[in-house]
Design a protein around this ligand. Structure first.
Ligand code: PMV
Length: 312
């Protein structure tokens, strides 16, 4: 094979991973539960290179510092000393808190592994992707996934919930000021709330799986909100504090509250960036979108659903 091309989608955590139990091996300190988002894509083609690894994202060459540990781990894992040339195209804003690193490293791991050996199992691809970005371990699968704390790879969940919808409000498409890697390390090292976050997240994770198995959004939604708001509490209380939110992010959080008070089921979550991702059911989607566009017309909205399994 001369080249492998794969298309992957980002993994949105409904219950968040935030913090590492082992920084060098990039192992998560909390268990996450996520959905892979259909319609948002990273397409990566990998071929063999002469003497150095190179990664191009949307035509721009990447600084390889971010990729050293990933390539080192992957080559050891699949026993190769080959060098790789990777070219990625992303159809949504990169590094803006839309989990582009999850689909990016999943695609890169997939294409590099399968170029060397088409039989490499998904767990190994997930394990390699994790070295680039822990959330990428989840993007190796479609639908719903978990990455348990301390785990070396993510796992797909046997859960079919096609009615779920995610509305992604793109509040800003500029790159975030602090990477999630740096922010979670700052939280671990300096936030007095970090220990509380770790102990609370176990319970949130367990309860969220029960709510999801019962396909009960009214039960899952408040757990999702607790998870992301607790995660942000460790950022706000880091020294120095890290604040990803923009005024429009807060306005949208408030507007979700208004729509809930009117009886609509809509629960927001956020990641290391200003974007607000709102989870609802298909039956309410049009009403909610109309209200959002009326109230906040300048914001761009994308609609996604569970899916996003890698396509070769
Ligand atoms: O995988 P990373 O290093 O991009 O970190 C992801 C962290 C969050 O998006 C905030 C949460 C998550 O579980 O995806």
């Amino acid at each position: 094979m001369n080249a492998v091309t794969v298309t992957t989608s980002p993994s949105l955590a409904l219950i968040k991973y935030w913090g590492k139990s082992d920084v060098e091996n990039n192992l998560p300190a909390t268990s996450s539960f996520a959905v892979t988002l259909e319609g948002l894509y990273t397409t990566t083609t990998v071929s063999l290179a002469q003497n150095q690894d190179q990664v191009f994202i949307n035509g721009k060459e990447s600084n390889m510092d971010r990729f050293q540990a990933f390539f080192q781990f992957l080559k050891k894992k699949i026993t190769t000393d080959a060098c790789f040339l990777a070219e990625s195209r992303v159809n949504f804003p990169v590094a803006a808190g839309l989990a582009s690193s999850s689909s990016g490293f999943a695609a890169l791991a997939w294409a590099c592994c399968r170029l060397i050996n088409p039989e490499v199992p998904l767990e190994t691809i997930s394990e390699c992707a994790r070295l680039g970005s822990a959330s990428a371990a989840r993007s190796v699968y479609g639908g719903f996934t978990t990455l348990r704390k301390g785990s070396i790879y993510a796992e797909p969940l046997d859960l079919n919930w096609p009615e779920l919808r995610v509305i992604i409000a793109i509040v800003s498409d500029s790159a975030k000021p602090v990477s999630s890697r740096k922010a979670m390390e700052a939280a671990r090292a300096t936030s007095p709330y970090y220990a509380a976050w770790l102990s609370q997240s176990d319970q949130l994770y367990k309860s969220s799986l029960e709510a999801a198995q019962a396909k009960d959004l009214s039960q899952l939604g408040p757990l999702m909100r607790q998870s992301y708001l607790s995660m942000f509490s460790t950022m706000l209380t880091s020294a120095p504090p890290i604040i990803y939110w923009k005024p429009e992010s807060i306005a949208l959080i408030r507007f979700c509250e208004t729509l809930r008070s009117e009886g609509l089921q809509l629960f927001e979550t956020m990641d290391a960036g200003p974007q607000v991702k709102m989870v609802c059911l298909e039956q309410d989607l049009n009403d909610i979108l109309n209200r959002l566009k009326e109230e906040h017309p300048s914001i761009q909205y994308l609609v996604s659903s569970p899916g996003g399994a890698p396509k070769c």
